[in-house]
Design a protein. Sequence first.
Length: 251
Amino acid sequence: MADVFISYERADRVWAERIGEGLRAVGLSSWWDTSVASGEYFNPDVERQLKDCRCVVVIWSEGAYASRWVQAEAVYAYQAGTLVATRLDDVALGYPFSVVQTVDLRNGGVDEVVEGVQLKLGAPVGATRRRRMSTATALSAFCLFASMALSVFRLFTIVEDDWYSEPALIASWVFGAVGAIALFASISRRSSFAAYFGGGVALAFAFAGSVAYTNAAPEDTIASYALPILSFTPGIALLSALFALLARRWR
């Protein structure tokens, strides 16, 4: 059986998925009913999962609080001492849920819920996530450094125009894109979305950089190409970091 049972209303399923993903990242399994809308009919598998789990995460919203099934699951978890409560809106919770500390997903995010579950289970808090972030940080630093080094190398081979100068420029764009994705994953703490957000930033800036490069002054000099080449790596890192901070606040 799963370590964590997630109780939610169907309209809030995206948050159940995000919490489940966060739990998987720290080695905890989760279960939630995906078969029917909450309250349609009794599913015996739900009762088995609820009784066998080690912790129950309830996602409160106006719809969830109106659901008799979510209410029943929350009452069971409260009485068993396994409840970790979250909220999505300003729903007014009655007793006993009004006296339970509740994580506001609009502010605390999934990480706070995962840490609450770890504390409830007596597990080390955030160890796996820190390792993952350390890996992403190291990868981003390496790739962005390599991208900048290749950009400088390309800049000083323009006049000679050797065969390896253009591959060096392409390689700098590739390293920059990978570095931006890794930087996004590290800052936003949303590795599953890194390819979408960080990759989108990388592609957009790579396109802008290539346009600027190809439309630089026609004179074959270092000064003509210095700005479009050397601005690529810091520009893509800055944009990726800004998007990552926005994504971190959004979740």
